[in-house]
Unconditional design. Structure first.
Length: 660
């Protein structure tokens, strides 16, 4: 038998790896060596995680019914102080650690605390017992004051170790609770690491929404504030999550005028759930999940329960009103674009990691689904118009999802033949291989297309004629959009995909130029095309790749000199300022096809002499939502919205006509 220890019979080692190489990290030293294991890193998010840990402890006291007020104060020197009027951390000697108080044990020992059973807290932010001790380990200075039994005690700490004994510092007949003041250690987080007042302000505010019975007071030294964050504020929201969501949604129109919100206790004292859901019409979606006031940004089992309740509820309502397609609705359809908040309180919650980003308690899914489902069924059926509006919204999301799936299938089938690029038969492409400085003119009609082909720069300019007015995508189903030949031709020519798959980097041309007649019909066609690009290829609009050509309506000639006019106003100005009373011959172009190639090139296509209008989107989200609202009202499925717009604006147009 081989001797596994041969050659190592002595106390030393020739390779330098022996018993003296084995380190034993005591106390909180592991936290300082590997902070990422406990707070996820040492960046700004991890820094603010320290604040959340201390605030969560104070919130546990409030949720347990022992505290009604919490104070959060940011002071110069990056010192954060959080206090509550709860029971106060116990300061009596700990039976397992002779010579140490319970307070010192909690502050200097991992996995110590009052949350491992339900004796002190029915629900709390977790079982790990490392929160406040980790804060102490990663702070250069920590001071704890405890007011209990009409007495005040204080103890100091630094980098995980006690720097003073627990001392009584006074009597207080009315005060009670815990105050923790700390300064994050720059050795861990860097010399420039600082708490952000705005981030702490939002943290404190969100906690107040999560538990209606608590008042949270915020205070920050004004010298630390660099934006519009208030220096002082008091948060208390009796409406809980519904209040918060109402503030977030504001005046934005929603699929239903009412939010779906409520609260429900779980059976057998297992906890409770609170939720608030809205479906804004122009939203990318916003989701906030909490367990025992801890934000679980990656969701988890409580999120799965809510998704199950919503999708099963909307399917059942669809079946109730005879919509056979509703059975195909998925959770993605009913959740897409929604803005929601979900908060659960559970006994002994389980999380994926110490940062508690994801709830893994298996029982949470069924508890939440059962609690929410009955309320959602009632929400849909108690007001049938409301339920039908939500069903319509969800079905539209389903159509969009199926359209994306169909497009991916087409893309997958053609991926292997990428070298043999399929292009529309009507497209007259340019010879330049790359997109730089190239242009695609989308032209109304074959006649104008013929003139444009002769007028173009063959190297840089491509021509795609379309047949009159394309489909209005704002009022069409996804299936109808995919089946439309004109839209298919445009999509193939551009090569960048549609909707979520639209990638400006794959665009085959640097500019897409809509070139239509300078009359009402031409304006209508341009509007339909802009609606298509806005809805189906939003990223290229936002990127500034879409333009409108400006062909003239008139050619004015006098004394052998010609000038072009875009409209009646410019015609009058040219006659008055350029020709000054001369007899002017006026030619009105009925369409682009009436221009000869030379005229079309010099007025509309030559970069040296033409003018273009760039079509783009505002940067601000609120203004983008306003554009979406306008497009939906003027181009959408409801003609009454267009009629109302005409009524509202007809008088202004009449006045302009009179002035002209």
């Amino acid at each position: 038998m081989t001797d596994l220890f041969a050659g190592n019979s002595g106390g030393g080692s020739s390779d330098g790896y022996d018993a003296s190489s084995i380190e034993v990290l005591e106390g909180l030293e592991p936290v300082r060596r590997r902070p990422g294991m406990y707070i996820g890193g040492t960046d700004e998010r991890a820094l603010h995680h320290l604040a959340a840990e201390v605030l969560d402890n104070a919130m546990d006291e409030a949720v347990a019914g022992f505290a009604s007020r919490i104070e959060v104060a940011l002071e110069p020197g990056n010192r954060l102080t959080i206090s509550d009027n709860g029971r106060g951390i116990p300061i009596d000697p700990h039976p397992k650690f002779p010579g140490k108080s319970a307070l010192e044990v909690i502050m200097t020992t991992l996995h110590s605390g009052g949350k491992f059973s339900d004796k002190a807290y029915a629900t709390s932010g977790g079982l790990h017992g490392v929160g406040v001790s980790v804060v102490n380990a990663l702070s250069s200075e920590t001071t704890v004051e405890v007011a209990r039994n009409k007495e005040v005690f204080r103890q100091g700490f630094s980098k995980g170790h006690a720097t003073s004994k627990l001392d009584k510092v006074g009597d207080t007949p009315n005060r009670r609770g815990t105050t923790i003041s700390f300064i994050p250690d720059t050795e861990i987080f860097g010399e420039k690491a600082r708490f952000k007042p705005a981030r702490l302000y939002q943290l404190a505010r969100s906690k107040a929404y999560l538990f209606a019975g608590v008042e949270i007071r915020w205070k920050c030294d004004e010298s630390l504030i660099k934006d519009d964050t208030p220096a002082e504020a008091v948060f208390q929201f009796p409406g809980g999550l519904a209040d918060h969501l109402a503030e977030e949604v504001g005046e934005r129109p929603c699929a239903t005028t009412d939010f779906f919100s409520g609260k429900q206790d779980f059976p057998d004292g297992q906890g409770s759930v609170e939720w608030a859901v809205a479906w804004p019409l122009y939203s990318d979606g916003a989701y906030s999940y909490y367990c025992n006031t801890i934000p679980t940004r990656d969701g988890g089992t409580h999120e799965a329960g809510l998704r199950g309740a919503l999708v099963k509820g909307i399917r059942a309502f669809g079946e109730l009103v005879g919509n056979k397609k509703a059975s195909g609705i998925t959770a993605e359809d009913v959740m897409a674009g929604s803005e929601l908040m979900l908060s659960v309180f559970l006994k002994d919650p389980q999380f994926q990691s110490q940062t508690k980003d994801r709830l893994t308690s298996p029982e949470a899914a069924k508890l939440v689904e059962n609690a929410v489902r009955d309320h959602f069924d009632h929400f849909c059926t108690a007001n049938m118009d409301r339920g039908k509006a939500l069903l319509t919204y969800t079905m539209e999301r389903m159509d969009e999802r199926l359209a994306r799936k169909a497009e991916k299938e087409v893309k997958r089938k053609t991926a292997t033949s990428a070298r043999k690029l399929r292009l529309p038969g009507k497209l007259t492409d340019c010879s330049e291989a790359g997109p730089e400085s190239t242009e695609l003119f989308i032209v109304e009609g074959d006649s104008a297309g013929g003139s444009a082909k002769q007028a173009r720069n063959r190297k840089k300019q491509a021509i795609l004629p379309i047949r009159g007015k394309i489909l209005n995508v704002a009022s069409a189903t996804a299936a109808k959009i995919l089946a439309n030949q004109e839209i298919a031709d445009i999509s193939l020519a551009l090569g960048c995909g549609i909707r979520e798959n639209c990638d400006p980097e794959q665009l085959r041309y640097e500019r897409i130029i809509i070139m239509t007649d300078a009359d009402v019909d031409g304006a209508h066609i341009a509007t339909l095309l802009m609606t298509f690009f806005f809805q189906e290829m939003g990223p290229i609009v936002k990127n500034g790749n879409v333009f409108l050509a400006r062909p003239p309506l008139y050619r004015l000639t006098a004394g052998g000199t010609s000038h072009y006019a875009q409209d009646d106003a410019e015609r009058a100005e040219i006659e008055a300022t350029v020709f000054k009373g001369k007899k002017v011959e006026v030619a009105r172009f009925k369409g682009l096809g009436e221009m000869n190639p030379k005229q079309l090139r010099e007025t509309t296509m030559d970069p040296e002499t033409r003018s273009l209008l760039r079509v783009t989107l505002p940067r601000e989200y609120e203004q983008q939502a306003g554009v979406k609202d306008l497009v939906d009202r003027l181009m959408g499925k409801h003609p009454e919205h267009r009629f109302a717009f005409i009524q509202e604006n007809a008088s202004a147009l009449d006045e302009e006509a009179i002035d002209a």
